[in-house]
Design a binder for this molecule. Sequence first.
Ligand SMILES: [Zn+2]
Length: 185
Amino acid sequence: MLLCMRWEERKSGFALPRGTRVSYNSRNPKTVTMSAMPAVAESVPQINPKYCCFRLRVGPSSIHRWGVYAEERIPARRKIIEYTGERISRRETKRRADRPYNYLFSLDSYWCIDGSVGGSGAEYINHSCDPNVYAWIFKGHILYMSARVIEPGEELTIDYMFAKDVPKVPCNCGSPKCRGTINVK
Ligand SMILES: [Zn+2]
């Protein structure tokens, strides 16, 4: 049974590497959307302070729609925020990955956290190829940690590491180290 599932997974190009965000519309590349700014009428998403160790805010981002910004100095190697949400199976992940915007983070090869349901706000942290945040998976929790000192006003970013075998999503991170796509090479 397990072998069968693995085969099916390979056939559809759908894999869940641990500790990565799931690519938008991985089964439907024609509808991949990377609009720069949120619609005017859209209300600003909020950070849930319960899961947050530093003062953060959500605001429009030049990288992609909304972004998360530090409101105070964050030292290196500190827990910033937990990525929370509904824990869903691989089958359900595959279904939800088809949405124009998804907030899916893989916990392991089977489980994903969907930040669109009960998300702490960490799901709005954008991708960069030269990020200042990394994810640490510990006892079934996804903890976002500072990779270096982050100054007040800086946008928090993490490497989504989309799989290389799913449709390529262009990257807008603007870093000199930008690899051109959110997918890993
Ligand atoms: Zn980039």
